[in-house]
Design a binder for this molecule. Sequence first.
Ligand code: NAD
Length: 477
Amino acid sequence: MADYPSLHLLIGGEQVTGGGRETEEVIDPATGETIGTLPRASTEDLDRALDGAKRGFRTWRDTPADKRAAILTKAAGLLKERVSQIAPAITREQGKPVKDAMGEVIYSAMLLEFYAGEIKRIYGRTLVRPTGQRVEVQYHPIGPVAGFAAWNFPMINVVRKIGGALAAGCSVIVKPSEETPAGGIALVQALLDAGVPGDAVQCVFGVPDTVSRHLLGSPIIRKVTFTGSTAVGKHLARLAADDLKVATMELGGHGPVLVFNDSDVDKVLDTMVAAKYRNAGQVCVSPTRFLIEEDVFERFRDGFVERARTVKVGSGFEEDTQMGPMANARGPDSLAKLIGNAKDKGANLLTGGERIGNRGFFHEPTVLSEVPVDADIMNNEPFGPVALLNPMKDEDSMIEEANRLPYGLAAYAWTQDPARRSRLAAEIETGMLAINGANVSGVDAPFGGVKWSGYGSEDGREGVMACMVPKTVHEAD
Ligand code: NAD
């Protein structure tokens, strides 16, 4: 496959493969065909990575901030230079349109650039006592970090694990998803090429539970950071608790979208339909439960369906494709169950509802309306191209429904009323709220959830501080 690279582990700066290691196949979700063979780390590989992370932590922590910043900036430049090779590999393994994959690589570069600047802005503070005693509050990197990332954003999920850790001065061992390994490998390689020591950033693959138990079972690792499902997040948090390791958990969501009757309905539709079907709905901040004020419901519903039907589904390599296949075979299978259950419970299927063809994992952009709250899909993240549209009586019932679930990652609201915007910002239980827009992330802003959507932040100053610990030095002459 011309646009898919060979795959390996990166341990101690070396590309590791072969040697009788177990392997697994990487599948192109557009065709179901094998495109690559990925080695799994042996126990010895993981131990070598851990020993390296211990050494790499000291080396990287003691590298002057200016130099670390210059290295991260250089890595960002390498990603930009390499975008036209990396993006097709991401499309091949994950399915998203190439232009979206290019955006993913560029966003990853921007995040490294932001962190490079932030490295120089990690300040402590000094408290002076009347006795002349000084108290210095210093911030230190927490130690070696283990990061685990899901397959929906093969590079962004990984750079969010690595960027904050390296900016703080930590070493990091990352395990990208075995289903989409090339994005993470390309990122780690760019960091190594830019000058990050081979022991300070390493990349491993394997059976996820085996790798995470091994790494988290080691006292060398002081922090775990994970992007993926709430179920796995809880499991990793329990493993972390055994050794009181710090954890950042970026887990699932079930994004509510509150549409009030004073909003510009066409603008809401143009923005939110595109947001819904981005990455085939496989986005943790995907808008999912559309809660629409009754008097604009029919107009909103009809406009949504009309637009959903025009979304061009196809291979991510075709120029006009807006939505690629789902990333793995589990996607369409799980949607079939959720959509079937919603219909059984009385929901209206307005468009879509089926997988497309029997080659690859394509699924129709789907809209369900009047979905009862006891339908599984109203409670479990569909993580696919399905919008749920329900009419709502008033602001109070919309807020109540938004907060009904244990998730709280991203929420969206559309209204022209400034007083209502303030109430929503105060009342909605969420890590991120977009008002009159669809964007909930920025390299300089914290990204993360509340309740079952996890804890801790990535991106922004908070993403660096999440990898640091305060040390208070009380000093007298
Ligand atoms: P999953 O939880 O099994 O896997 C998600 C990721 O976690 C994968 O990359 C996997 O390799 C990794 N993983 C699984 N078990 C692990 C372990 N014990 N230790 C370390 N890593 C582990 O789920 P899935 O079937 O891939 O996706 C299903 C659900 O996961 C979705 O419906 C969605 O709710 C959630 N999800 C969320 C995100 C997100 O961005 N928050 C991303 C992907 C999936």
